[in-house]
Design a protein around this ligand. Structure first.
Ligand SMILES: Nc1ncnc2c1ncn2[C@@H]1O[C@H](COP(=O)(O)OP(=O)(O)OP(=O)(O)O)[C@@H](O)[C@H]1O
Length: 346
């Protein structure tokens, strides 16, 4: 099922403004592996896994998708179901707080169903243990009764494919990680791939935008398709309101209005960098101290903020903590206190 422009326009116009961002995101989701831009290696690996399962007429192996937010994990889970022509059930780790929640979910799956669990690292520990057996033998043990009289009753499950998504693969216990037949590590997208994501989205939205404008947005979206599409929406708003073309001038004006940094840094990225540079003299500083100083969870800093800042070379992780690089001083226009020793990357 490919998304036609009419569908997109209808979805967007029929949606109340509060849901508009979500509708926008859903409408632009690629629905096949061939429409999915970038992540070439992962696409090839998934394609092989799905085709082999189809040839053997069995459920595809369990798949773990790991990587920062907005890189396409949910989209890939939907594509797995679509390409293998199987129904999809969606859940998330925070919704599974007891083994009973998982038992109810697993026992209601139809044969061959794809079960997507987003943020799988946030599932309750008791549920994780139940999931090991379910993934391996398509069976769970239900405890009946309490105390000394409790007995466990086995329950056969329909075969299913689990697709787990996580921003923190390192937090998953080994027994769970080992039960996935394939782990895909999604990487930040290169600028030319983001241009393709944007060109596709602009086409679906019937937005007339030139190459230079697309390139500018691509360079300022944190290597992330979700952010690319969101910025495109702001540029479209700008062109609409100013009755102008969506060209480089409109992109620069819209991104400046929304405070999008030339490197694509957002408010939290900048807060982390400024605190690291100004309060901690460029570091080294521990993750928890940094997180407390910006009023955020350490998990958010580690899984959302830091991967991008490391990737673009503004911070480095050293055994003594996080340190700002020379590039960070240059980008924020701050005088470097000493000539630091670089190349200590972990
Ligand atoms: N490779 C891609 N090609 C085209 N569009 C993409 C691609 N990856 C992601 N997108 C777009 O980015 C948006 C976000 O993707 P998605 O929801 O799959 O990310 P996610 O990794 O699941 O994020 P989160 O971890 O926050 O749930 C989607 O609307 C989709 O349209």
């Amino acid at each position: 099922m490919s998304v036609e422009f009419d569908d997109v326009a209808e979805t967007l116009s029929a949606t109340a403004s509060g849901d508009a961002e979500l509708a926008f995101e859903g409408a632009l989701r690629p629905s096949t592996l061939s429409e999915f831009v970038g992540q070439q290696k992962v696409r090839g690996q998934l394609e092989l896994l799905l085709r082999a399962a189809a040839l053997q007429e069995r459920t595809p192996d369990h798949i773990l998708l790991a990587g920062p937010p907005g890189l396409g994990k949910t989209t890939l889970a939907m594509i797995v179901a679509q390409e293998s022509e199987r129904p999809l059930r969606m859940s998330s780790g925070p919704a599974i707080q007891h083994a009973g929640d998982l038992a109810a979910l697993l026992s209601s799956l139809v044969p061959g169903e794809v079960l997507f669990i987003d943020e799988i690292h946030r599932m309750a520990r008791s549920a994780e243990e139940m999931l090991y057996l379910a993934m391996e033998d398509f069976r769970i043990d239900i405890m009946v009764g309490k105390g000394a009289g409790a007995t466990s009753v086995p329950l056969e499950l329909a075969p299913f494919t689990l697709v787990g998504a996580t921003t923190r693969a390192g937090l998953l216990p080994n027994p769970l990680r080992d039960r996935f037949g394939f782990t895909a590590h999604l990487e930040f997208y290169a600028d030319n791939e983001l241009e393709q994501v944007l060109a596709r989205a602009a086409g679906l939205l019937d937005l007339d935008i030139d190459r230079a404008a697309l390139a500018e947005i691509a360079g300022r979206c944190r290597g992330t398709p979700r952010i690319a599409n969101r910025l495109l929406r702001r540029v479209r708003d700008y062109a609409l309101v100013h009755n102008s073309r969506a060209d480089l001038t409109a992109v620069s004006a819209a991104l400046e209005l929304y405070d999008v940094d030339p490197l694509g840094l957002d408010r939290l990225d900048r807060a982390v960098m400024e605190i690291l540079l100004k309060r901690f003299g460029g570091g080294p500083v521990g993750l928890n101290t940094l997180a407390v100083s910006v009023g955020e969870e350490a998990e958010t800093i580690e899984s959302v903020v830091e991967p991008f800042l490391v990737r673009i070379g503004l911070i480095m992780r050293t055994p003594r903590g996080r340190m700002a690089t020379n590039e960070a001083y240059a980008h924020f226009g701050i005088q470097h206190p000493h000539a630091p020793q670089q190349g200590n990357d972990l």
